[in-house]
Design a protein around this ligand. Sequence first.
Ligand SMILES: Nc1ncnc2c1ncn2[C@@H]1O[C@H](COP(=O)(O)OP(=O)(O)OP(=O)(O)O)[C@@H](O)[C@H]1O
Length: 242
Amino acid sequence: MALVEIRNLTKRFQSGEETISPLDGIDLDIEAEEFVSLMGPSGTGKSTLLNAVAGIDRPNEGSIIVNGTDLTKLSRAKLADWRSENLGYIFQTHNLVPVLTTYENIELPLLLLPLSAKQRQQRVEIALEAVGLTDRAGHYPRQMSGGQEQRVGIARAIVAGPKIVVADEPTGSLDISTSEQIQDLLQRINNELAITMLMVTHDPDVAAIAKRQIRLENGKIASDTVQGSQNGSGKNLRTQPV
Ligand SMILES: Nc1ncnc2c1ncn2[C@@H]1O[C@H](COP(=O)(O)OP(=O)(O)OP(=O)(O)O)[C@@H](O)[C@H]1O
């Protein structure tokens, strides 16, 4: 069984008289430990898909089974519990709490879990080390560079040991060299911590760090390719026309 099993996922929004369907019957499996990037034109439903997998948005139709739990069947309260135990979210703009230190920002998601202070401290220290910010534990977001802030955002996303991390344009507000450092970090987290990653990006170079690249168009998966096939051109997993 795949870690993520999406079947017939459909999401509609009403905009005045008009109904739009950014997701129109999507089927998608993501295996544990995969690194998947999601690309496609603006407004094509990438964030909507990410938020559905994250259990933030509810679909109109279809099912989203993550690690054996159908998210569409959970109440709001149960979904919040599920998120704290299973999911990390990396935002483009970091979303750090300005009055909390690096340490406290990273500790925040752990406060929702049944952990002792000692256990929380151990996990925060491991996450700080993983992102190379042990020496910045006491700094506030305003005292950090954009790249360091994103490292805090990444540490916060992994600190609870999630099954899957979703990232929405994680390098979108960074310069090229900082973006490259964050790309390396995301790859290391996938490789070394074996965390499954689903990342939305507009940047083909950033998308290329993921072994599997999916393109959404007009509410459907237009292409789904895995890098590293023998001819180097990638293998298209999707055979049926869209
Ligand atoms: N809460 C909402 N209410 C109404 N329409 C919405 C809502 N959320 C998203 N949409 C619409 O759904 C479509 C898909 O939005 P989404 O943010 O998923 O696209 P995207 O591919 O992530 O776009 P971008 O690349 O610009 O971030 C857009 O037309 C958007 O306006």
